[in-house]
Design a protein around this ligand. Structure first.
Ligand code: SDX
Length: 385
C-alpha cells in the first residue's frame, strides 16, 4: 500500500492535519489523567501508586465505572455478581474447545466476546453487561489456553478474586497468595489509560449508539496490534530468542543492531509518556523479585541491559509492556496469552469509557485530507492499459 506523499502538505494550508490524531484532545473524561512529562497516572482521583498499594482489581473496576470507591456492601455485591457471571454460555465454550488449536488467543477472545452478545440477559443495562464481560473474559482466555493443549477446561470457582480464579482456571491448581497478589496488581496497572488506540476505538463505536459488546469487540481488535497491547508478547519473544542462544546472547549488541536497522524495540516508547511509564516502574520491581524467585534472573538482567542501551542510544524509556512480559513469564504464563491478559484488565477501562460516552454522546466523525487525483474524464475499459 503506497504511503501518501504528505511532504508537500504545508501546516498552514491544512492546520488541522495530525496524523494518528497526535496531540488532539477529542474527549473529556473523568476516568484517568496522564502526565506524560512527569510520568504520573491517576484513575478517577487516585494515583496508580495509591491503587497499587491499597486497592483490589475489583475496587478499581467499581471506581472506573462509578468515579468513586465502593462501600463494603457495594464491593461485596460486585464480587458476588462477578462470581455468578464467570461461567460461559455452552455455545461459546463449545466454540473455544473446537476452534483451531493454533488460533491466536486474541482472535479467539475477539470472537468469543462478540458471541457473548447473543446470550446476555436482555434486561441487563450497560453496567450489567460490563460486569458480564469482566467476569467472563478470564474464563474465555483460560479455557482456550487449556483446550488448545488438549487439557480439560477448568470451571471457575464459586469464590475468590478475578486474579485468583484466572490462575486457578489456567493452571488447574489454586494459586498462592503471592501469585494472586502479583496478578491482581498487574490487572490494576493495565486497567485504564485514557485515549489509547483501543479505548478510542471503543468510544468511536459507542458514539454511533452501537451496543457495548460491539464496542468491546472492536477494542479487542485494536489492542491486538503489536504497536499497542501486542507488544508484551513481542517483548517476551525477543528475550526468549536471546536465551535460545546463550553462548552468543548479547542484549546490548542485539539492541544496537536493531536500532541501526531502524527497527522498533518492543516495550519501549510511548505517544504520551516522555519519561518512565509509572506502570513500568512498578512492574520493574515486580520483575526483579519474581525473576530471582523463579530462576529467570538472566531475563531480568537482559531487560536492564536493553533498557540502559535504549536510554543511551535513543533516550527512550520502557512502557507498560516491557517488564509485564517477564512478570507474566515468571508466573508460568505462555507468552502468546499476555495481550489477552491485558484485555482481561482493560475491559474495565473500555467499559467505563463506553458508559461515559453514552452519558454525553456526540458522533465521532473526524475529517480526512484528500490527496488523491483531481476530477478527470471517464476512460472506457477498452482504452485502459
Ligand atoms: C501501549 O497509548 C497508550 O496509552 C497505550 C498503552 C495503554 O496503556 O493503553 O500505554 C499501552 O500500547 C504501550 C505501547 C506498546 N507498544 C510498543 O512497545 C511498540 C514499540 N513502541 C513504538 O512503536 C512507539 O513508541 C509507539 C507506537 C508506542 C509510539 O509511537 P509514536 O508516538 O508514533 O512515536 P514514533 O513511532 O513516531 O517514534 C518517535 C521516534 C522515532 O524515531 P525517529 O524516526 O524520529 O528517529 O522514536 C523512535 C522512532 O523510531 N521510537 C523507537 C521506539 N519507539 C519510538 N525506536 C525504537 N524502538 C521503539 N520502541
Amino acid at each position: 500500500m503506497s504511503k501518501h506523499n504528505l511532504e508537500n502538505i504545508t501546516r498552514d494550508e491544512y492546520p488541522y492535519l495530525n496524523l494518528g490524531l497526535e496531540g488532539i484532545v477529542a474527549f473529556s473524561t473523568t476516568k484517568s489523567f496522564i502526565d506524560g512529562q512527569k510520568g504520573e497516572l491517576v484513575y478517577s482521583g487516585y494515583t496508580i501508586d495509591t491503587l497499587a498499594e491499597y486497592a483490589t482489581f475489583e475496587e478499581v473496576c467499581f471506581l472506573l465505572w462509578n468515579d468513586r470507591l465502593p462501600s463494603k456492601k457495594e464491593l461485596d455485591e460486585l464480587n458476588s455478581l462477578l462470581v455468578h457471571e464467570r461461567k460461559l454460555p455452552k455455545p461459546v465454550l463449545d466454540y473455544i474447545c473446537t476452534t483451531e488449536k493454533h488460533a491466536e488467543p486474541m482472535a479467539v477472545l475477539r470472537s468469543s466476546v462478540s458471541m457473548l452478545a447473543d446470550f446476555t440477559d436482555p434486561s441487563l443495562d450497560d453496567t450489567g453487561n460490563a460486569i458480564v464481560m469482566t467476569a467472563k473474559i478470564p474464563t474465555i482466555i483460560a479455557a482456550f489456553a487449556r483446550a488448545r493443549q488438549g487439557l480439560d477446561v477448568v470451571s471457575p470457582l464459586d469464590e475468590g478474586s478475578t486474579a485468583y480464579n484466572f490462575l486457578y482456571m489456567l493452571n488447574g491448581v489454586r494459586p498462592g497468595a503471592e501469585a494472586e497478589k502479583t496478578m491482581d496488581l498487574c490487572l490494576i496497572l493495565h486497567a485504564e489509560h485514557g485515549m489509547n488506540a483501543s479505548t478510542f476505538t471503543c468510544r468511536a463505536i459507542a458514539s454511533t449508539e452501537s451496543d457495548i459488546f460491539s464496542a468491546v469487540t472492536g477494542a479487542v481488535g485494536s489492542l491486538k496490534g503489536p504497536l499497542h497491547g501486542g507488544a508484551n508478547t513481542a517483548v517476551m519473544n525477543m528475550l526468549l530468542a536471546l536465551e535460545s542462544d546463550l553462548k552468543t546472547a548479547d542484549p546490548v549488541a542485539f539492541t544496537k543492531e536493531k536500532l541501526e536497522k531502524r527497527e522498533k524495540i518492543m516495550g519501549f516508547g510511548h505517544r504520551v509518556y516522555k519519561t518512565f511509564d509509572p506502570r513500568a516502574r512498578l512492574l520493574r520491581t515486580m520483575s526483579k523479585s519474581l525473576s530471582e524467585e523463579t530462576g529467570h534472573e538472566i531475563l531480568y538482567e537482559w531487560s536492564e541491559a536493553i533498557l540502559k542501551t535504549m536510554k543511551e542510544e535513543k533516550n527512550i524509556d520502557p512502557n507498560v509492556d516491557f517488564f509485564s512480559a517477564t512478570v507474566y513469564y515468571s508466573l508460568g504464563i505462555q507468552p502468546d496469552l499476555y495481550t489477552a491478559i491485558f484485555a482481561m484488565s482493560r475491559i474495565s477501562g473500555w467499559t467505563a469509557h463506553y458508559l461515559e460516552q453514552m452519558s454525553n454522546n456526540r458522533l465521532v466523525r473526524p475529517r480526512a485530507l484528500y490527496v488523491g487525483d483531481k476530477p478527470k474524464e471517464w476512460t472506457e475499459i477498452s482504452d485502459r492499459s
